[in-house]
Write a protein that binds this ligand. Structure first.
Ligand code: PGA
Length: 265
C-alpha cells in the first residue's frame, strides 16, 4: 500500500479530489465506458467532495460519465431524514455535480427484503463493470464502510448490526443520543470494497491514529477490517499528520521517502 501524508485534513482531502479527477480523466481518454466510483459518507470526505464540486463548477471535471455506488445506508431510517446517507450525499455532492440521477446508486435501507436488496446491489456493481476506484473512510475501530470488528474479510453487501461504539460516535448527528442512531445498516462488504481496481482510504485526526497504525503495521485481521487493504494491489491511504501519529518513526519516514522518490521520477 501507499501512504500519502499531508499536513492537515484539508490538504489530504484536496489530494484525494485531484487524484479521483485524474483517474476519471485517464479512463475517459482511453474508453467511452463509464468510470465507476465507490463513495463514502461521514465527516472525512467533506473536503474532497467540496473540491470535486468546485472542479465540476469550474469545468475542470465532469461526472456525466460516472456511475457511483455508495458504501452504506442506515436501515429503517426514512430516506428524507436529514441524517440518512441519501440526504447526506445529495446535500454534499450530488445536488452540485453533473452526475445523471440514474447513475447514482445508494442502498435502500428500507427495503422489505434486505437480503434481496443487497444481492441486487452486488449484481448492479458487476453489471456496471466493477468499481474502478472505491473511496472510503475508517472508523475509530478500524471499520471500513459498516464492516465492524469481526466482520469477515470475505464479506459482501448485507444487513449489519452497528456496535455500541459506532452508535456513540455517530450520536453527534442524532442529538447526542446513541439510541437514536439506527441499530442496523446495509453495507457493502470488505470484499466488495477490495474488489475495486483501486481503493483510496482517507483518515484524518488523532482519533483515527490507533486504527490506522494497526491497519498499516498490524496483522491483516477481521479485528480491524480496513487492514484488508494490505492485500490490495492498488491501495492508497491518504492521511494527515495527526492520523499517522501512532506508526513507527521508520514507517513514517519510509512513506515520506517513497512519495518524494516517486515525485522525482
Ligand atoms: P467519519 O466516519 O468520517 O465521520 O469520521 C468515518 C467512518 O465511520 O467510517
Amino acid at each position: 500500500m501507499k501512504v500519502i501524508i499531508r499536513d492537515n485534513a484539508r490538504e489530504g482531502g484536496l489530494w484525494a479530489a485531484h487524484y479521483i479527477a485524474s483517474r476519471i480523466r485517464e479512463k475517459a481518454a482511453r474508453t467511452d465506458k463509464p468510470f465507476v466510483l465507490g463513495l463514502p459518507t461521514g465527516s472525512t470526505p467533506l473536503n474532497t467532495y467540496a473540491e470535486l464540486v468546485r472542479m465540476v463548477k469550474a469545468g475542470e471535471i465532469s461526472f456525466k460519465n460516472v456511475i457511483s455506488f455508495n458504501m452504506d445506508e442506515y436501515a429503517g431510517l426514512p430516506v428524507e431524514h436529514p441524517e440518512s446517507y441519501h440526504s447526506f450525499m445529495f446535500k454534499n455532492l450530488f445536488d452540485h455535480i453533473d452526475e445523471p440521477l440514474e447513475n447514482i446508486h445508494i442502498l435502500n435501507g428500507n427495503a422489505a427484503d434486505p437480503a434481496a436488496e443487497c444481492a441486487a446491489y452486488e449484481r448492479a456493481i458487476e453489471q456496471a463493470g466493477g468499481i474502478d476506484l472505491f473511496l472510503g473512510g475508517i472508523g475509530e475501530d478500524g471499520h471500513i464502510a459498516f464492516n465492524e470488528p469481526f466482520s469477515p474479510l470475505t464479506s459482501r453487501t448485507r444487513l449489519v448490526t452497528l456496535t455500541q461504539d459506532t452508535r456513540e460516535v455517530n450520536s453527534r448527528f442524532f442529538g447526542g443520543d446513541p439510541e437514536a442512531v439506527p441499530a442496523q445498516a446495509m453495507s457493502v462488504g470488505v470484499a466488495t470494497v477490495m474488489d475495486a481496481r483501486e481503493v483510496v482510504i482517507l483518515a484524518f485526526g488523532s482519533k483515527k491514529a490507533r486504527a490506522l497504525a494497526s491497519a498499516i503495521e498490524g496483522p491483516m485481521s477481521h479485528y480491524n477490517t480496513v487492514s484488508a487493504l494490505q492485500n490490495h494491489p492498488a491501495g492508497i491511504i491518504v492521511c494527515d499528520e495527526a492520523a499517522i501519529g501512532e506508526v513507527k518513526v521508520n514507517s513514517y519516514r519510509y512513506f515520506k521517502a517513497v512519495e518524494a522518490a516517486e515525485n522525482r521520477l
